[in-house]
Design a protein around this ligand. Structure first.
Ligand SMILES: [Zn+2]
Length: 171
């Protein structure tokens, strides 16, 4: 998973490198030469470009799921019943469908940060932002409604570990 970034990470690093390179360019302009400053400014622009419009190469990463904030990956196998899993995918019954293209968007809960993240299946990285075969969307703090959806799903499927972890969450 080493070279794959979540979309937000790529943006963050893109901006960071842009700032570093702009700083270096200013130093080069002051102390070294104009042409070095120009080269550095070009690289600064490329960093920003990659941050905003770049795509992940997701072809080599193993498929699985992780909270974009906590980044603890778990394969899809036993995801919801393994005690080492930090995420719980409960959206089988309560997904939403994006109007523009009919994409089904599901939700999972991270037990580590108590955030709910939306995701969609993207095994061939058509979005360009896939990580481990999934495209991730926004994360938000768990609401009562999310909690109920997760709890009902765990109860229905007899996911006892998840139920115990859910009971510890205070909203
Ligand atoms: Zn998390």
């Amino acid at each position: 998973m080493s070279k794959v970034y979540f979309k937000n990470d790529r943006l963050k690093y893109g901006f960071l490198w842009m700032l570093i390179l702009v700083g270096a360019s200013w130093l080069a302009l002051t102390f070294v030469s104009d042409w070095l400053a120009i080269i550095l400014i070009i690289f600064a622009g490329l960093s920003l470009y990659t941050g905003i419009w770049g795509k992940n190469d997701d072809s080599k990463s193993s498929s699985g799921m992780a909270c974009p904030k906590c980044k603890i990956f778990h394969s899809h196998q036993n995801l919801n019943i393994d005690k080492n899993s930090e995420v719980y995918a409960y959206g089988e019954d309560c997904f939403r469908t994006r109007e523009s293209d009919g994409l089904n968007i599901y939700s999972f809960l991270c037990f580590r940060c108590n955030k709910v993240t939306e995701y969609a299946s993207d095994p061939f990285n058509q979005s360009g932002h896939a990580v481990g075969g999934l495209e991730y969307f926004d994360s938000k703090k768990i609401t009562k409604k999310d909690y109920k959806n997760a709890y009902d799903y765990a109860k229905k499927n007899n996911h006892l570990l998840a139920l115990n972890k859910l009971k510890k969450i205070k909203i």
